[in-house]
Design a protein around this ligand. Structure first.
Ligand code: CP
Ligand code: NVA
Length: 310
């Protein structure tokens, strides 16, 4: 492919529909062991991980993916780098640019990764912000594709907080021609600008629906998706949100409204008994573990493409 060499991935909408299709195809071939990366003639590419928030899946899957591509990883723990003591992003970005080949950043403000991208020439990858989580949604789309053999025309219903996951799902589903329904309490709907962007991308070819009604949203859907009711940085709001979000729990009763072949996805980590029941998480329709595995394949395809290794 090679088409993404040198690019940034700050928002899922930085990719076109064709680029997502090509990445998912590459990820599937990598998962099957059918891709030999381009030889780097002894040069070892290095990925920096700059995470201001906790991570298991993203950190480990990026690290393993890079190792499998023949590269190395530097874990730039914020607490032990100068950026954690207030060195400006504009300075940090220009310095890291001289050392590493690609930088994955997990932080709060979307503006911060945009500043990194402005000041660094190397590819900057959004490894989660408060606004988006594009790497997660690439793995989610891979999981849907390998289950149903297609994406276009399917319906994904997201239940819960209109957060970073909801935002990247809105953009990702619209880009690949999937219908997306977001069911959330009225004060927790997704960012209006992202909803409008998704509607523009969908251009009337697929549905972008927001509703406070979880049952109407679940009806006939092929994918039910949920995430925590309080994201990282909102821990103090978690208890007060439980009664507000309870009607949006993905449980055995809600599953009866979905398509009989529906699958359940959750980006993890999960709070069992809150946004999803233990039974649904462990049930036959759960693809949550395949979804977690696909983080590694999708990111391997992404890194290889951004570095021009394929
Ligand atoms: N889904 C996800 O991003 O998990 P981590 O927070 O463990 O990286
Ligand atoms: N919405 C969650 C996703 C975690 C992967 C958070 O931001 O904490």
């Amino acid at each position: 492919m090679g088409g993404l060499k040198g690019r940034d991935l700050l928002s899922l909408a930085d990719l076109s529909a064709e680029e997502i299709t090509a990445l998912l195809d590459l990820a599937a071939r990598m998962k099957a062991g059918n891709v030999t990366p381009i030889a780097t003639n002894g040069y070892i590419p290095v990925l920096g991980l700059l995470f201001y928030k906790a991570s298991t899946r993203t950190r480990v899957s990026f690290t393993v993916a890079m190792a499998q591509l023949g590269g190395q990883v530097i874990d730039l723990a914020v607490s032990s780098t100068q950026v954690g003591r207030g060195e400006p992003i504009t300075d940090t970005a220009r310095v890291l640019d001289r050392y590493v080949d690609i930088l994955a950043i997990r932080t709060f403000e979307q503006q911060d990764i945009e500043t990194f991208a402005e000041y660094a020439k190397i590819p900057i990858v959004n490894a989660l912000t408060d606004l988006e989580h594009p790497c997660q949604i690439l793995a989610d789309l891979q999981t849907v594709q390998e289950t149903f053999g297609t994406l276009s025309g399917l319906t994904l219903t997201y239940l819960g907080d209109g957060n970073n996951i909801a935002h990247s799902l809105l953009l990702g589903c619209a880009l690949v021609g999937m219908n997306i329904r977001i069911a959330s309490p009225s004060n927790y709907q997704p960012n209006d600008a992202i909803v409008q962007q998704a509607k523009t991308i969908a251009a009337g070819q697929s549905e972008v629906i927001l509703t406070p009604d979880p049952i109407a949203a679940a009806k006939g859907a092929q994918v039910l998706y949920t995430d925590v009711w309080a994201s990282m940085g909102q821990e103090d709001l978690a208890d007060s949100r439980i009664p507000i979000f309870q009607p949006y729990q993905v449980n055995e009763q809600l599953m009866t409204y979905a398509d009989k072949d529906a699958i359940v996805l959750h980006c993890l980590p999960a709070h069992r008994g809150e946004e999803i029941t233990d039974g649904v998480m462990e049930g036959a329709q759960s693809k949550i573990w395949d979804q977690a595995e696909n983080r590694m394949h999708a990111q391997k395809a992404l890194i290889a493409s951004l570095l021009g290794l394929v």
